[in-house]
Design a protein around this ligand. Structure first.
Ligand SMILES: Cc1ncc(COP(=O)(O)O)c(C=O)c1O
Length: 404
C-alpha cells in the first residue's frame, strides 16, 4: 500500500498450471506441446483487482448458493458504468445478463433472422463469429477490412453492396439482415471513431438492417482514445442495435462468465429473451458479485493494468523494430491482442504455425482462423509479465534468424 493507493505488481510471475486454465492447461491438446509460452487466448496473466477478490470471498463465506437473480445493485452497477465511462444513459430494464458475450451473439442472431439470411462480418473477424452465423442457418456476407498504410479501415462501398440484390453478393439468399460489428476490433485492434460508426450504421440501418455490436474490449484502450458505444450515435441507432458489454476482458474475469447485453428496443429485447429462455442460463452468483465489484471498485487496478499494457506495447514495438523487422506490428488503439504481419517471412499458413510452435516455442493464434484475409498474420496476447513477454520475443527472434 502507498498511502491509500494499492499498488499492483504486474511483473510478478504466477504458476497457473494445473488450475484447469484454458490458456495454460489446454495448450498441450491444442498446440501439441506444453513447453510453449502461452500468448494465445484472451486472458491476462495478472491477478484480478483486490476488491473483486474480497467481494467473492465474502460471498463464499455465506454458504448458500441457491438460485440467483441479479438485484437492483447489480443492474445499477451497469447503468452507472455506462454513464460514467461513456455518458450513455441507459434504463435498468434494457440490461439482460448472460453467461458470456458469445452465447448472447448466438441468441441475438437467432432472434433477428431466419435461416438463409445473411449476416455481415468484417474480416479478419473474431473466429467464434463464424459459427454464430453458420449455426443459426445464416450465411456470412464478408465485408473485409482494408489495410491502408499499416492501418485497417472499413470498406463502405463494399458494405453498401451487401444490400444490392445484383452486385457484389457472396450468396443469393437475400439481403443482409444484420452485421456483427466489433469495436474495438479483435483481432486488428482498431477503435472505430464516431464518424466511422455513423457511416457504417447509416448503411446498415438505412437498408433495413440491424447492428449487433460486440464492445467487450471497450475499456482496454491506450492513452488518448475514447470509446463510443454504437447506440449513443442517435436514437435511431439505439433502437436498431444490441450492444454487448462485459467486465470479463477489462477486469480479467472470463472464467466467471458474466456479461450485460443492452437492448433498448422492447420488441427486440422480448424476442432476445424468448430465444434465451430455458436454453441460455443466467450467470452464476459469483459472476454477479465480480461484475459489481469490478464496475464499482475496480478502477484503481484498471488504471494500473492499462499503463502496464501500454508499456508492454511500447516494449514489443521497439523489440520488433530493432530485432525482428521482418514482422510488422499493426498499431492497436486498444485490446491486449496484437496483430502481427508476418507475410515477409514467406511462410504459408501451415508452415508459419509450425514454425512459431516448433522453432519459436510460443503459442500464438494463427491469423487464418480469423478469416481468409488473416493469412500470413498472427495474433499475440501481451497481457503477461514483461520478462515473459521479452522471453517470448527473444524466442521468436532466434527462430526468425534461423530462416535467413
Ligand atoms: C470480440 C470478442 N467477443 C467475445 C469474446 C468472448 O466473450 P465471452 O467469453 O464473454 O463469451 C471475446 C473474447 O476474447 C472477444 O474478443
Amino acid at each position: 500500500m502507498e498511502g491509500n493507493i494499492l499498488k499492483y505488481n504486474f511483473d510478478q510471475i504466477y504458476n497457473r498450471k494445473n488450475t484447469d486454465s484454458l490458456k495454460w492447461d489446454v495448450m498441450k491438446p491444442i498446440f501439441e506441446r506444453d513447453d510453449l509460452i502461452p500468448m494465445w487466448v484472451a486472458d491476462m496473466d495478472f491477478p484480478v483487482a483486490q476488491p473483486i477478490i474480497d467481494a467473492l470471498k465474502k460471498r463464499v463465506d455465506h454458504p448458500f448458493y441457491g438460485y440467483t437473480q441479479p438485484g437492483s445493485s447489480v443492474i445499477d452497477a451497469v447503468v452507472d458504468r455506462m454513464w460514467r465511462k461513456f455518458q450513455w444513459k441507459i434504463e435498468p430494464e434494457w440490461v439482460i445478463f448472460t453467461p458470456g458475450v458469445v452465447p448472447a451473439l448466438h441468441a441475438a442472431v437467432r432472434s433477428l433472422t431466419h435461416p438463409g439470411d445473411e449476416i455481415i462480418l468484417q474480416e479478419p473477424a473474431y473466429h467464434p463469429f463464424f459459427p454464430v452465423v453458420k449455426n443459426s442457418g445464416c450465411h456470412i456476407a464478408s465485408n473485409p477490412l482494408k489495410l491502408v498504410d499499416g492501418r485497417y479501415e472499413m470498406d463502405f462501398d463494399d458494405l453498401q453492396s451487401k444490400f444490392d440484390p445484383k452486385k457484389g453478393r457472396l450468396h443469393n439468399h437475400g439481403r443482409a439482415k444484420a452485421i456483427i460489428f466489433c469495436n474495438p476490433h479483435n483481432p486488428v485492434g482498431r477503435l472505430w471513431n464516431g464518424e466511422e460508426i455513423r457511416k457504417m450504421g447509416e448503411i446498415i440501418i438505412g437498408n433495413g438492417g440491424f447492428v449487433i455490436s460486440d464492445e467487450i474490449h471497450c475499456e482496454i484502450l491506450f492513452k488518448g482514445r475514447k470509446h463510443t458505444p454504437f447506440a449513443t450515435i442517435s436514437p435511431e441507432f439505439q433502437e436498431n442495435s444490441i450492444v454487448c458489454m462485459s467486465p470479463s476482458k477489462t477486469f480479467n474475469l472470463p472464467g466467471l462468465e458474466v456479461s450485460s447485453i443492452i437492448i433498448p428496443n422492447k420488441k427486440v429485447r422480448d424476442n432476445f429473451l424468448n430465444t434465451l429462455a430455458g436454453i441460455v442460463p443466467s450467470p452464476n452468483i459469483f459472476g454477479y458479485i465480480a461484475l459489481k465489484a469490478a464496475y464499482m471498485e475496480g478502477d484503481e487496478w484498471l488504471e494500473q493494468v492499462l499503463e502496464y499494457l501500454e508499456d508492454n506495447l511500447i516494449f514489443l514495438r521497439e523489440y520488433f523494430r530493432k530485432n525482428i523487422p521482418s514482422i510488422k506490428v499493426i498499431e492497436p488503439d486498444g485490446t491486449y491482442l496484437i496483430w502481427l504481419d508476418c507475410r515477409d517471412l514467406g511462410l504459408n499458413n501451415h508452415n508459419l504455425k509450425v514454425f512459431l510452435r516448433d522453432e519459436g516455442k510460443v503459442a500464438i493464434e494463427d491469423g487464418f482462423i480469423f478469416g481468409k484475409s488473416g493469412s500470413g498474420f498472427v495474433r499475440m496476447n501481451i497481457a503477461l509479465p514483461r520478462s515473459v513477454l521479452q522471453e517470448g520475443l527473444k524466442r521468436i527472434e532466434i527462430a526468425v534468424n534461423k530462416l535467413i
